[in-house]
Design a protein around this ligand. Structure first.
Ligand code: C5P
Length: 308
């Protein structure tokens, strides 16, 4: 068997409503995921045991070595062990992750890698898991991994792993402002809990509903989507990283229809009117000097798929 490659997309949450902390340590969510055109590729080949290498975004000597580990701490490693265990095969593979999605950026890069690895290893090992089997394994790996497999646009409930497809008529254009330093997802959720306990942020028994943004996605109108975007993790991300406000301000001053923090941040997702507007916004935000990297993307795009 020769090498097999799969790629999986980054995501932005166009709605991220966070409910109370559950006894299992996760928060009840109502979130709308949108898969966008920034992909990591995972290439797998025959091996003896598991061997993992990582190249690309965030893996330089200056940063990232501990952000993207090459051992069991990497979600891809755990994905390989989980698939092998469930299929009754031995976990033998060389695995190369080529990253374009920055780590710890609120873009589900690690989840994308895990989803791509499940698809590629299923083909390499001939385990012939059904899509449903893979989605069930994905949910054991992390809250966002099922969405990275499925892609498109979906409503996520539970801790984010229970998915319902959402209709989106249009291709939406975004500009991602990527910061120099990542943010820890548990730290951002923890800050939200602290701010709520101190009465500095509202928090009800139920996560805020996603219906307004789902309705806006259906219309295809940028101004309507812009007015319904919401992220409960934005305030705690800003509390931990006050400089994020500059990025959000730069995006609105540059004429974005709206700007919000993507997931747990620190990436800023700026909504553009159309593709041309996204090109213009990208140039302007790159020139503003508040982000490490600025990328124009569009979505929805499909989830994890074999390539090549
Ligand atoms: O599921 P995942 O491994 O991506 O979650 C990472 C961390 O983010 C969890 O350990 C938890 O602290 C936080 N989280 C949460 N509620 C969710 C999803 C994630 O509190 N619904």
């Amino acid at each position: 068997m020769t090498a097999v490659a799969a790629r999986a997309p980054a995501k932005v949450n166009v709605h991220l409503g966070v409910g109370p902390l559950r006894p299992d340590g996760f928060h009840e969510l109502q979130t709308v995921y949108l898969a966008v055109s920034l992909f990591d590729t995972v290439t797998v080949g025959p091996g003896d045991g598991l061997a993992l290498t990582v190249t690309g975004e965030g893996t330089g000597a200056a940063r990232g070595a501990d952000l993207v580990p090459t051992d069991r701490r990497n979600l891809v490693w755990r994905a390989a062990e989980l698939l092998a265990g469930s299929a009754g095969v031995s976990a033998d593979a060389t695995i190369e992750i080529a990253k374009s999605i920055p780590a710890a950026a609120g873009l589900a890069g690690g989840s994308a890698d895990a989803a791509a690895a499940l698809v590629a290893l299923d083909a390499l090992w001939g385990t012939r898991a059904s899509r449903d089997d893979l989605v069930a394994l994905a949910a054991q790996l992390g809250s966002d991994v099922p969405f990275s497999l499925v892609g498109g646009v979906a409503l996520g409930s539970g801790r984010g792993e229970q998915l319902t497809p959402v209709l989106a008529r249009t291709r939406w254009h975004w500009v991602l402002g990527i910061a120099g330093e990542g943010l820890s997802t548990p730290a951002v959720y923890g800050e939200l809990d602290r701010l709520r306990a101190a009465g500095r942020l509202p928090g009800g028994e139920q996560p805020p509903a996603a219906e307004p943004v789902i309705a806006a996605l259906r219309t295809g109108q940028t101004t309507l989507l812009a007015s319904t975007l919401a992220n409960d993790l934005q305030a705690p991300a800003l509390a931990l990283r006050p400089d994020l406000a500059r990025g959000l301000r730069a995006a609105t001053e540059a004429g974005a229809a709206a700007a919000l923090v993507s997931g747990s941040g620190p990436t800023v997702a700026a909504l553009a009117g159309d593709e041309q507007d996204a090109v213009r916004l990208t140039a302007e935000l790159a020139g503003a000097g508040v982000f490490r990297t600025v990328r124009a993307v569009h979505g929805p795009v499909p989830g994890a798929r074999l390539v090549g």
